[in-house]
Design a protein around this ligand. Sequence first.
Ligand SMILES: *Cc1c(COP(=O)(O)O)cnc(C)c1O
Length: 374
Amino acid sequence: MIPYSRQSIDKEDIKAVVEVLESDFITQGKKVEEFEKKTASFLERKFAIAFNSGTAALHSAYFAAGISKNDEIITTPISFLATSNAALYLQAKPVFCDVKYNGQIDENKIEKLISKKTKAIVPVDFAGITPNIEKIKEICKKHNLLLIEDACHAFGTKIKEKKAGYLADIACYSFHAIKPITTIEGGLLATDDEEIYKKAKIFRNHGMIHKKAYLRDMIYLGYNYRLSDVAAALGISQLKKIDSFLKKREEIAKYYDERFDKNPYFSTIKVPLEIKSSYHLYPILFFRDLWCEKEDIYQKLIEEKIGVQVHYRPIYQNSYYRKLYKNLKLTNAEEFYKAELSIPCHQNMSLKDAKFVADTLFRVLESAKRCKLW
Ligand SMILES: *Cc1c(COP(=O)(O)O)cnc(C)c1O
């Protein structure tokens, strides 16, 4: 099976992890601090806080931003559940904004969703591509809202030589196994705001602060969201390799771009010229007359050992959300879900693998039924 994504762990990574495992200290300590310094510097931000998941980073970001009961955030339904779940943890309400043809939040539909309760706008760098962040930042400024970016797909993405998340008050990243670099499970919050930094850091450790000697005081209801030094050692080692990872993914994506140009079955997502994508995903978007066959195409590709996936079912269509969003229907998001399929694109693939994926995909599609549209 060629999976749609996969971690790359080499001997150097293993050595770094074993070194910490054999030391006296394995939970959150010096290695986590080192990882935070290095990621902050990589992202060119003042502060970075490591977490045991990207979800924990998002939850902490919302908490530190002061988001609480009955507040609203405006976000996209074409994302992993965590983006909006983390708001529900605080009893805040995610307000879903429709997307554009490329799966990115539609910046032109944001303003009419702003209410007195809105606290933040939370765009997602879907597939590793930054949305129209300058426009979104402008909207935030105009309405005095925080920009919290879910950049979980985009650690390493560059936009005009800046790193994804650079305009956000708070940017969150994930180091889950299949994200651009990994700490097995893990996440990061980056910000230039010292107050937000302090609050999120306290939240990571039960909401507890150290007063003096043995006296500690719990000032918020926090969580245990700490990363271990073992995981951080892996992160430090992975960070050294990010350029080579991204180069490899780009090579695969560029091959696909050429192979798929003007084919009769699907379109691909054009990466804007000023963006260098992490290519966390390589989505293809089937033309309408193949939507009814997508499940069948998916099954056939899995049988052919091509690990495809669909990103994402609009969040509000999940049963749990349906109870809260009974009649919500966002046309573009629902059509995007019907059209989208993510094909394998990661740093462990060779061009030969990519050719195999493209050949097999075209072979499966040649025999696919076309659906009646009217
Ligand atoms: C992976 C991901 C997250 C959550 O990250 P975890 O590290 O798995 O908790 C959040 N948002 C998006 C868009 C993601 O892809």
